[in-house]
Design a binder for this molecule. Structure first.
Ligand code: ADP
Length: 166
């Protein structure tokens, strides 16, 4: 069984993330999307549990995708799940340097672990969760940036207009 892990903050999941999820799910037998909360980006807009729920909502139709949350180092999490591959998305050359460093550190911590990079589709190259949050604050149209099922949740969360969906 070829099991891979796609770790990240996913605060919130974007169409760029979803594209990587679909492509990785087509390559591996099982893909675990892991909301990783040990990173410096902690303390985001959505709680880790909410992020998991949003990813579950948008991956409902992908049977070999599981969603989880971890406070461990990604390498430790991968070892525990018996996964040998980490999937990362690359947007720009600027992503490359830090991602290569992370890949090497993770391989040092867990030598059986390989990191596989999937390049972004050009139409998502500019897209990040930070951009989504910024646009949502200004009330911009979000349909080109986040999956349609979660647009309203993102908008409500950002404006604090409150129905708690999760
Ligand atoms: P961000 O907050 O910058 O969106 P995340 O930590 O949530 O980043 O991203 C998780 C993973 O997804 C990382 O490997 C990141 O490079 C990748 N990723 C994020 N946005 C995109 C995108 N638009 N296209 C391809 N990969 C992406």
């Amino acid at each position: 069984m070829r099991r891979a892990i796609y770790p990240g903050s996913f605060d919130p999941v974007t169409l760029g993330h979803l594209d990587i999820i679909k492509r990785a799910a087509a390559i591996f037998d099982e893909l675990i999307v892991c909301v990783s909360v040990n990173s410096a980006k902690d303390g985001g807009l959505f709680s880790p549990e909410e992020r998991v729920e949003l990813i579950r909502t948008v991956t409902e139709e992908l049977p070999n995708v599981k969603v989880d949350c971890s406070r461990e180092l990604v390498a430790e999490y991968a070892r525990r799940c018996r996964a040998r591959v980490l999937v990362k998305g690359l947007r720009a050359v600027s992503d490359y340097e830090s991602e290569i460093q992370m890949a090497m550190i993770n391989a040092k911590l867990y030598p059986r672990l390989d990191t596989v990079f999937l390049y972004t589709r050009p139409k998502y190259a500019y897209l990040s969760s930070t951009v989504v949050k910024e646009l949502a604050r200004y009330g911009a149209e979000l349909s080109d940036f986040v999956p349609r099922q979660i647009i309203e949740r993102v908008r409500d969360k950002v404006t604090g207009s409150g129905r708690d969906y999760l």
